[in-house]
Write a protein that binds this ligand. Structure first.
Ligand SMILES: Cc1cc2nc3c(=O)[nH]c(=O)nc-3n(C[C@H](O)[C@H](O)[C@H](O)COP(=O)(O)OP(=O)(O)OC[C@H]3O[C@@H](n4cnc5c(N)ncnc54)[C@H](O)[C@@H]3O)c2cc1C
Length: 456
């Protein structure tokens, strides 16, 4: 058995892990990233390759380090194909957007964290979390090529992605840490990298299309004019889809993919839920997918993961400096996540919940009827407002969907209530239970308004 000692051990060399490790290392502390993949495979992660907010990434890994992986920066809108309505909607995407070569980006952030001073241990599968009798997390245990290896650390950062094994193994019942997590709050997704001979006409757009069955969508994201990330996903509350077959069928039906060559295939689960209510426990912080830090309507999780990594690392450093890594000492991390994007994602989750309760054809009809600017806001901001002129325009276009529009308005109102409740996220663990209880009351309104089955 080999034992290592670090100030901070980060499990997972994805976006959240690399940004956390780079931040810790830059502050002069000892940090290791433990990754189950080999050095050459690390950074190869299933993704749609769309990077939103590319202009404002945490500085621990300089933007200049990752920029060469941004293969398409000309994308400025979403193209929603709605076959049920025989319509294509062009909807602006706010903020800077890039389609990236995800593996190259993955390699570059590892390099960036390494240059900042973080160590990387590859081929090491973490299998258990070490805890003191009082529940304080003290490190992790794993296996590297058959040998048991342990890591003692003041703080463990769980950056191991969706359905992290660390949370199965750790006993977090005594902490505020959110354990109300199950597979139905996730989406199963699969993507291929497809090369075509002729440039596609929509190389400045992210193409979305609803799947025929189930609450899911197909996407076509252009890495370049001739290299396309094509994928699809479905909510795990629904009947499973044959992801590979369904994607193949759609590819066959599109003339631009005739004779195309598939160069890479990968699939994975991603959280499409609200962020964890609390992602801290004594000596333990979860970040990125391991804490539900994904926009639940778009599936975009890279930017949230990077910022969660930064915030967790900064809090861990403060706690270590103060000689107390207890829950209260790590709490500000929860607050920063909720303030930056967590509240917004929780409000967006309301629309996700609505989508499980309405007929997909109605939803598509409604989308085709609403003004694009408002849809863009609803997709990214968690709230939208309709001016009178737009209301009238929408009403005329949407004749036939007025019932659904009314339901949408009611849903928007409860989503706004939720958003403002997250703005009052407590500043210490003491007020947490009361905050959660009021939030659960608002969720009751969400289920009553949408008619959806409870998600949590
Ligand atoms: C198909 C698909 C498409 C997506 N498309 C987009 C998109 O277009 N844009 C976007 O912004 N987001 C997208 N996402 C979401 C995005 O990929 C994630 O939100 C983001 O990668 C989260 O980063 P992370 O660091 O938290 O986790 P991950 O990137 O999943 O990294 C986790 C790391 O932990 C390692 N690990 C796991 N378990 C262990 C263990 N026991 N021991 C050691 N190491 C371990 C893994 O090997 C991996 O390297 C997509 C996700 C999927 C699945």
């Amino acid at each position: 058995m080999t034992t290592h000692e670090y100030d901070v051990v980060v499990v997972g060399a994805g976006t959240s892990g690399c940004y956390a490790a780079a931040t810790v290392a830059r502050a002069g502390y000892d940090v290791v990233v433990v990754e189950r993949k080999t050095e050459s495979e690390a950074g190869h992660i299933a993704c749609g390759d769309a990077l939103k907010g590319a202009d404002a990434f945490p500085e621990a890994i300089p933007k200049s380090k990752i920029q060469s992986a941004f293969t398409n920066t000309d994308v400025d809108h979403g193209r929603f194909e709605i076959p049920q309505e025989d319509t294509v909607l062009d909807i602006p995407v706010p903020g800077e957007l890039a389609v990236i070569d995800r593996w190259e980006y993955g390699r570059l952030i590892i390099e960036g964290a390494n240059e900042a001073g973080a160590e990387f241990h590859y081929d090491t599968v973490v299998q258990d979390v070490m805890q003191a009798d009082d529940g304080q997390v003290a490190g992790v245990r794993g296996k590297r090529t058959g040998d048991v290896v342990t890591y003692d650390a003041d703080v463990v950062v769980d950056a191991a992605g969706s359905l992290s094994i660390l949370q199965d193994k750790a006993d977090l019942e005594r902490a505020t840490f959110d354990t109300n997590v199950n597979y139905s709050q996730f989406c199963s997704a699969y993507r291929e990298i497809v090369e075509v001979d002729e440039p596609v006409e929509w190389s400045d757009a992210l193409v979305f299309k609803p799947t025929e069955r189930a609450a899911g969508y197909l996407w076509y994201f252009p890495r370049t004019e001739t290299e396309i990330n094509a994928g699809l996903g479905f909510q795990m509350t629904e009947e499973p889809m044959q992801l590979v077959e369904d994607l193949k069928r759609d590819l066959r039906s599109r003339p631009e993919f005739q004779g195309a060559e598939v160069t890479d295939k990968l699939g994975a689960a991603l959280p499409t839920r609200r962020p964890y209510d609390s992602a801290v426990a004594p000596g333990f912080v979860a970040v990125g997918d391991a804490a539900g830090h994904v926009n639940p309507t778009t599936g975009g999780g890279i930017a949230g993961a990077a910022y969660a990594g930064k915030y967790a690392a900064e809090q861990a450093i403060d706690a270590i400096e103060d000689g107390d890594v207890g829950e209260a000492a790590l709490w500000e991390y929860n607050e920063r996540v909720m303030e930056h994007f967590g509240g917004r994602y929780a409000a967006l989750d309301v629309y996700n919940i609505l989508s499980t309760a309405v007929d997909v054809d109605d939803l598509m009809g409604l989308m085709a009827a609403l003004p694009g600017e408002n849809l863009a806001e609803a997709l990214y901001e968690g709230s939208t407002s309709f001016g009178l002129r737009l209301k009238l325009k929408a009403a005329i276009k949407s004749f036939g969907y007025w019932g659904q529009i009314y339901d949408f308005y009611k849903t928007k109102n409860v989503a706004d209530d939720l958003l403002s409740h997250y703005e009052d996220y407590p500043s210490s663990p003491e007020a947490f239970e009361m905050w959660q209880s009021r939030r659960d009351d608002i969720m009751e309104d969400v289920y009553a308004t949408t008619g959806a089955d409870p998600k949590y």
